[in-house]
Design a binder for this molecule. Structure first.
Ligand code: SF4
Ligand code: SF4
Length: 154
């Protein structure tokens, strides 16, 4: 690894909050049950852990980084024989990228919508009619002030 790579690896280790991911032996068990990996040839939690070990922050912490393809489903948390919890490393990387403002446009748009209406989608007449047909209960308006407070805190 180059000197810059070593420095970046150390920086990421501190920011991610530990180095447990260095025990990854690249077995790929986390990939086998990963829904994002099924839909993207580029995405792999195993690869993200390797890139983290190598300190490739310039590739990882960008708005078009593969980290944003992770669905936060936690399957890899269950599968890893080394208890590395790849999802927690990925969440830490997403938080780091967010602090740098390196967030995909789609995430920024979604955050704005949730901030405005406390929901990711608006109810349409078709959705309301379908809920009635399925005998589902009325939806209460989401607590806008609580959602905004949460968004502002994070
Ligand atoms: S399952 Fe764990 S040890 Fe195996 S590649 Fe994934 S993170 Fe590494
Ligand atoms: S949490 Fe992310 S990386 Fe882990 S299995 Fe789910 S989509 Fe894949």
């Amino acid at each position: 690894m180059t000197e810059k790579g070593l420095e970046s690896a150390e920086k990421i280790r501190k920011l991610v909050g530990g180095s447990s991911y260095s025990y990854c032996y690249q077995c790929g068990a986390c990939v086998g049950d990963c829904p994002a990996a099924r839909h993207s040839a580029e995405f792999s939690p195993r690869k993200i852990i390797m890139m983290t070990m190598l300190g490739l922050e310039d590739e990882l912490l960008t708005p078009d980084s593969i980290i944003w393809d992770c669905t936060n489903c936690y399957n890899c948390y269950e599968r890893c024989p080394q208890d590395i919890h790849p999802i927690e490393v990925i969440i830490a990387l997403k938080n780091l990228a967010t602090r740098r403002g390196a967030v995909p446009d789609s995430y920024q748009r979604m955050t704005k919508v949730i901030h405005e209406q406390a929901a990711s989608t608006s109810m349409t007449p078709t959705m309301e009619r379908r809920r009635k047909e399925l005998d589902l209960p009325d939806l209460y308006p989401p607590p806008l002030h609580e959602i905004r407070r949460l968004l502002e805190e994070v």
